[in-house]
Design a binder for this molecule. Sequence first.
Ligand code: SF4
Length: 156
Amino acid sequence: MNIYKYDILFQEVPNHISLGFYVCGCSLRCPGCHSPELWPENNGYALSEDLFESLLDRYSQKITCVVFLGGEWHPQKLVQLLSKASARGLKTALYTGLNDVSPELKSHLDFLKCGPWVARLGGLSSQTTNQIFWDVKNALKLNHLFQQQEIIKETP
Ligand code: SF4
């Protein structure tokens, strides 16, 4: 499983500071995709278990969550890595362009963003979005948290 990059993310999972992994090999080809560098499977570099563990060692005091942006097309590998994050007491999240993922994968997730990018509907901060951000364990939709962030940004 190759990643294009990793980064510390503040907005992708509300109320959490996340270590985010941008996974290569997305085959959905959403029109207007902001991340076409994630389309080729062999872009970037391999996220080995050793590299993942060393990044958790480096950042675990600063983060509360690990989020994968894509990677559901490597379900076994993803479950392995999510389990390692959970074992350290970190929350886990996945951003997928699919409308759902397998129950097995969901059982390893605290948060799940579903749905492809559709420009005319907008992303999670849009009232008209097709995307859903789930609190998986509690079966709650949390889109309102992204929409509140947008209202706060717009308030002078
Ligand atoms: S799911 Fe995300 S990365 Fe994949 S094509 Fe759609 S917008 Fe791009």
